[in-house]
Design a protein around this ligand. Structure first.
Ligand code: SAH
Length: 242
């Protein structure tokens, strides 16, 4: 069918936490037929090998404290390729709707007459099982909070203060520059002795992790030189880690 006769399409696709085999079957199939892929820095580049030879692969990643592609530019690329090629795949690390701005891209596309599809991904915290950290546990944790360590204004999320008061497992994304502040918030509320763990490159061959008590978060990171991308898990369940 002629591209111009078809409604242009956007596939917002979760790449999973890092191991390329942790993508969904649906995601795998979509990549095999992709015409253009706009991919992030946290999506495993090995997944691009699934695409046809003539597929255009464009990096639109955001380094946490360095170069980045402005969101408006990503939107323009989506629009441009959807209308010139017929469909665009937006490949994002983990799940596109968990701290991923995937929904903004969907709304932008719809406003511009592009049909949208959402394919979920395994979010990075779900790889915690590989170091024997179950996120919930009948005897230890009845809920999980996903909290961002870095809000738009650079501040620590106020939700963390609420999460500290619960028995929930708390998972902090984008928090590696805030280890001191996070530890202090727990100490100040009298909860410094809750077990905690940090996992870098979860599910990848270069995965590293360490654990201890939340009051010592900076020292836990230093013990194994853990840096971005890493998740911080706080709660009794981390004491089960191997
Ligand atoms: N949408 C992604 C999250 C994007 S925000 C998801 O669902 O996983 C970026 C943050 O995700 C990083 O700062 C880090 O906290 C976390 N992250 C992403 N991939 C990771 C990985 N393989 N290991 C550990 N943390 C990861």
């Amino acid at each position: 069918m002629n591209i111009l006769e078809r409604i242009p399409e956007l596939y917002v696709l979760g790449a999973g936490p890092g191991d390329p085999e942790l993508i969904t079957v649906k995601g795998y199939r979509i990549l095999q037929k992709a015409k253009v892929v706009l991919y992030d820095n946290l999506a495993n580049k090995e997944l691009l090998e699934l695409t046809p030879e003539d597929c255009e692969k464009i990096y639109v990643g955001k380094q946490p404290y360095g170069d980045y592609t402005p969101q408006e530019q990503i939107h323009e690329l989506i629009k441009h390729f959807a209308f010139t090629k017929g469909s665009v795949v937006r490949l994002k690390g983990g799940d596109p709707f968990i701290f991923g701005r995937g929904f903004e891209e969907i709304l932008f596309a719809r406003e511009n007459g592009i049909k949208t599809y959402f394919i979920p991904g395994i979010t990075s915290m779900q790889a915690s099982g590989s170091v024997d950290i179950p996120l919930t546990h009948r005897a230890m944790s009845e809920s999980v909070w996903m909290v961002t360590g870095t809000k738009k204004d650079g501040l620590l999320s106020a939700d963390l203060k609420l999460a500290i008061q619960s028995n929930a497992t708390v998972v902090i994304y984008m928090g590696m520059k805030k280890l001191d502040e996070i530890a202090r918030a727990y100490i100040e509320s009298g909860n410094g002795n809750i077990p905690a763990a940090i996992i870098q490159n979860a599910s990848k061959p270069n995965q590293k992790s360490a654990r201890g008590f939340v009051k010592n978060l900076p020292a836990i990171a230093e013990s194994k030189a853990l840096t971005y991308p890493a998740i911080i898990i706080i709660g009794a369940v981390t004491s089960l880690a191997n």
